[in-house]
Design a protein around this ligand. Sequence first.
Ligand SMILES: NC(=O)c1ccc[n+]([C@@H]2O[C@H](COP(=O)([O-])OP(=O)(O)OC[C@H]3O[C@@H](n4cnc5c(N)ncnc54)[C@H](OP(=O)(O)O)[C@@H]3O)[C@@H](O)[C@H]2O)c1
Length: 323
Amino acid sequence: MRAIVYDSYGPPDVLQLREVADPAAGQTDVLVRVRAAAANPLDWYAFTGTPLVVRPGFGLRKPDGARLGADLAGVVDAVGKDVTRFKPGDEVFGTGKGSFAELVVVVQEGAIVAKPANLSFEEAAAVPVAGLTALQGLRDKGGARAGQQVLINGAAGGVGTFAVQIAKTFDTEVTAVCSTRNVGLIRSLGADRVIDYTSQDFTRDSGRYDLVLDIAGSRPWSELKRVLRRDATVVIIGGPKASRMFGPIGHLFGTALASLPSSQKATVFISKEGADDLNTLRGMIEAGKLEPVVEKTYPLSQVPEAMTYLGTGHVRGKLVITI
Ligand SMILES: NC(=O)c1ccc[n+]([C@@H]2O[C@H](COP(=O)([O-])OP(=O)(O)OC[C@H]3O[C@@H](n4cnc5c(N)ncnc54)[C@H](OP(=O)(O)O)[C@@H]3O)[C@@H](O)[C@H]2O)c1
């Protein structure tokens, strides 16, 4: 099969499309023929081997495994003899290690479920990591509930475009922060107010919030706390990758630490992959309450180009790889 492979850490041109051996499904595994995959900042960290502080997790001197991609949508090709939940021909979406490839093996109890009936493979592949992060960040870590004022900083990217829509399903009042070119899109996704950060500083605005989903991580705690209500929660999801050593980690834990003396709570959040929440997202999609935003699709041979664009930090919604 063809797969994206990398032998060393570096810029996107370390990523090569190669012929590799087909994987085989073990007794409890599902072999998925990938029709589409999607790019996430996590993929960027994996092949660049940054931030350096987490490199041991990817392989200290050179990458372990060296297959890229997590999000996928495809068709079950074969199943192990103990698999009961899936059968060949089922259309699925979810996550699998090394999804920038023609075939991926996922354990049957892993994070794959039936594909939303109303989405193409390209659209479905855009959902898992970003959708799960938005859902769990708002619902589980943020405790989103009806009537709250919610601010989403970084609304135009993968996580943000899902977060705006999911926050509205909780009947919250949503203020979203993005750049000029994305204002119309974010309004069309249901945001009640949109702040263009290129001309307006939300930390100097009159809005006060019960819950902030900080996806962009563009502001320090000292500025963020100006717009928080007394018992507000800030869910810290991402941050700038400026430092090669610490990447976003400095912002994530620095913010949480700085908030300790305050009545408001800032908490770092890492999403979990899981079938139950994928089914929740599928339900929202099939009910017409949630739709993925796909800015651009690339063939498998152009993963380096997709990653170069992802690295700018200004993708609108998701970038999808078609296979
Ligand atoms: N904690 C977790 O479990 C988890 C899971 C997934 C992702 N993440 C992290 O969350 C972050 C975002 O992920 P993503 O997938 O949404 O990334 P993405 O798709 O690359 O989106 C980045 C978005 O950030 C916006 N942005 C850039 N600078 C901004 C600023 N100063 N103010 C407001 N918005 C700004 C951009 O919109 P404009 O073009 O309009 O500026 C862009 O759409 C990354 O740091 C990622 O590592 C964390």
